[in-house]
Design a protein around this ligand. Structure first.
Ligand SMILES: C[S@@+](CC[C@H](N)C(=O)[O-])C[C@H]1O[C@@H](n2cnc3c(N)ncnc32)[C@H](O)[C@@H]1O
Length: 275
């Protein structure tokens, strides 16, 4: 049984302020969660108060400590085929549109807040399924980004246990996964070759040399307050192609008056153009 060290009011306020300013994550209602999830860290380092921990956090110039903290407190829950409506929409609406209208046969997709990779790999499988057997080669690149280094490591490893594949259709399991024989499966090379991962804090400015056709940012903005969310959506707008789409989680609110994205249907927005 781990002895749970409590945050004092001022330690808590300092921590909330630091994480909000740096990462846009609002921890105001997460006091108990922090105390619970950080208990083993404080115990392992033999610290007796959060003030000692904050000294370590603030004096760490390598950035490793904040990464450790964020790994502990963010929720990385994700799964294959999550919010299937997006993948259906991709297959039935977005991809046929791109196929018809894009002169350059290339597609760039960003999974922003990709956690352990199930989302970008579901995207890659949807694309592979759609384009295989069609004429002409499409150049496809899918970028997965997250602040959690633990999650990105898992995403790169691309190994998942059998129960994590429970929503994946059998035909996809056969085609796009390699059975490792120990109760786990690895995403096939064919799918992995189109997907790259890298760390990125969505609360910092980002720049990409070319815009994206679809941005998935699902179940990430739940951590952010309205201002941070609106600022982020605005920055997504700038890195989306004119015909491009933004997909958000179905439980996430986009203030339509605060964005130039056009509403298409629940959790789907488009930069411009008629459907
Ligand atoms: C609940 S998971 C969602 C994963 C996936 N998009 C899905 O819908 O299944 C949320 C992810 O957002 C990441 N995240 C939270 N704040 C972030 C930030 N400021 N920058 C980048 N990623 C962040 C977390 O590390 C976590 O992996």
């Amino acid at each position: 049984m781990i002895n749970i060290i409590k945050l004092s009011d001022s330690e808590f306020a300092t921590l909330v302020d630091f994480v909000y300013k740096g990462y846009g994550i609002n921890l105001e209602k997460k006091r108990v969660l922090i105390e619970g999830r950080m208990a083993s860290t404080l115990r392992d380092r033999q610290l007796s108060s959060y003030s000692e921990y904050l000294d370590i956090l603030f004096s760490d110039k390598t950035g490793q400590e904040i990464i450790h903290f964020l790994n502990k407190i963010t929720t990385n829950h994700t799964f294959f085929m999550r919010e299937m409506e997006h993948f259906r929409f991709m297959k039935e609406t977005a991809l046929p549109l791109f196929e018809k209208n894009k002169r350059r046969k290339d597609l760039r997709i960003w999974s922003a807040g990709c956690s352990s990779g199930q989302e970008p790999y579901t995207i890659a499988m949807t694309l592979e399924d759609y384009f295989s057997g069609k004429s002409g080669m499409w150049n496809i690149s899918i970028l997965g980004t997250d602040i959690s280094m633990d999650s990105l490591e898992k995403a790169k490893r691309a190994e998942y246990s059998e129960d994590m594949l429970k929503d994946v259709p059998q035909a996809w399991k056969d085609k796009y996964f390699q059975d490792l024989g120990n109760g786990s499966y690895r995403v096939s090379d064919r799918i992995r070759r189109n997907v790259t991962f890298r760390p990125l804090n969505l609360n910092e400015d980002f720049f990409f040399p070319r815009p994206f056709d679809i941005i998935f940012c699902r179940n990430v903005m739940i951590y952010f307050d309205n201002i941070t969310r609106e600022r982020l959506i605005d920055r997504f707008y700038k890195v989306t192609t004119d015909e491009g789409f933004l997909f958000v989680g179905h439980s996430e609110v986009v203030n339509r008056r605060a964005t130039d994205f056009k509403y298409v249907m629940p959790a789907i927005y488009r930069k411009s153009g008629d459907q």
